[in-house]
Design a protein around this ligand. Sequence first.
Ligand code: HEM
Length: 493
Amino acid sequence: MFWTIIFLLGGIAFVIIFSSRSRQKNEPPLDKGFIPWLGHALEFGNDVAKFLSRMKQKHGDIFTVRVCGHYITVLLDPNSYDEVLNDTVSLDLNNYTRVLMQRMFSLCLPNHSPDAERAWMKQHFQGPSLAKLSSTMHSHLHTLLRDEERSCSPVEWKEDGLFSFCYSMLFRAGYLTLFGTEKSHSLTDLTAVYREFRRFDGLLTKLAHSTLKNEEKKIASQSQKQLWEMLSPPWLSDRGGSTSNSWQQSYRSRLQNEGVDLEMQKRAMVLQLWVTQGNAGPAAFWLLGFLLTHPEAMRAVKEEIKGLTQLEGGLLQHHLLDTVDQHSTPVFDSVLTETLRLTAAAFITREVVQDKILPLASGQQYRIRKGDRVCLFPFVSPQMDPEIHDEPEQFRYDRFLNADGTEKKSFYKGGVRLKYYNMPWGAGRKACVGRHFAVSGIKQFVFIVLSRLELELCDPTATLPPVNPSRYGFGMLQPSGDLGVRYRLKTVR
Ligand code: HEM
């Protein structure tokens, strides 16, 4: 009993001592929250966009908050973002990523070189490789939609949730493109991988925040193990390796050269599955959802498709669809940019490895302490900033179009033209490597769906479901619930 009391008192004293940080000269406003050590953890985990918008109202464009014993300086002035993005001396890009890799994927890669991996990813997803990948993605999308069409007719409607429809199609096509071939994966296997991935994906944000309940921990662990096995093709256990040139095999060779053991190789595959397949499906959902709930936007996109390809009897010609991502489509591009402005919400996080002076565009300078984290959240600003985007919560399909139909790139804050007026892909040294591949896949998918299928809302008065607030900070947002749609084959006249 005596020792229990001593232990408890010691714990309380520890918490008080480490909670007693106060704001020093030239430091950003400090908001520790009322709960010792935890600080603002609850609000941060529940709805970080709402929380940071509230903090911005209270403190302005820069402030430091306490979350689970960590001090995080949040910067919300896009004109000053380069001061963070370009600093690789005082700010570390990779430590926090390593923490998340361990928490979310039980993955530890001690000899991992993020710069070398980035260069390798670029080789595969950009430049000459991109056209080949996009074309493979295109044929898989075609095959999957053809299977869908077989169960469709021009007279009978099929019903589905738009989110499941989009996520499942893009996931399966992307998976076949990067992780397998049609021969090696039956449709049943594919669907099983997709289902398991969704189960795991549903728990990822809690894994990242370490807030899983006991039962959820079991499910997450089972799901991880299932995925490790599902993503381990037979050749993975063949130490001699294969001579094939696929992305997956090339990745495996990289890991082997870094001395990663077989177990960690399997785990790394699941991380790659999430990085490469976790965002495009949700993005396609929001895009089609906005089109279906904004008829004038849908009309404009359909007009563009029509003008582009001279519809033949209501169907888009196959060879044009094949190269659709090479055609200029300013209306679709504006719709996609606007969709991502409203629904892409990744954090950009850096760890402060030495004390730093952070100069802002306003001329003010702030001292940031070693050991803290610095975080940019472009979703709050620039993306949802009313000073930059008029009525930012509204979807306007032509927000990124000039009057002459060209892309609009000039946006201002406080009279200053912005370099960063929309940042769905992040920026700087860790900006999205798969951006062009993602855009190409989403564009192909939307164009195939709109040209092959009649797609409409089950309830014409339905609105888009709300955002699941726990997804803020993790890339593309996901809805809470789904949007009921029905579709049937277009009639060939
Ligand atoms: C709509 C779809 C997508 C969105 C919105 C998106 C967004 C992002 C963002 C915001 C980052 C930067 C995170 C940071 O600063 O730490 C990022 C990084 C990355 N993305 Fe994407 N992404 C998408 C699709 C893809 C696809 C399809 C691929 C794969 C081919 C991919 C591969 C990557 C990789 C490898 C990185 C890490 C880059 C690095 O650490 O150097 N992304 N993505």
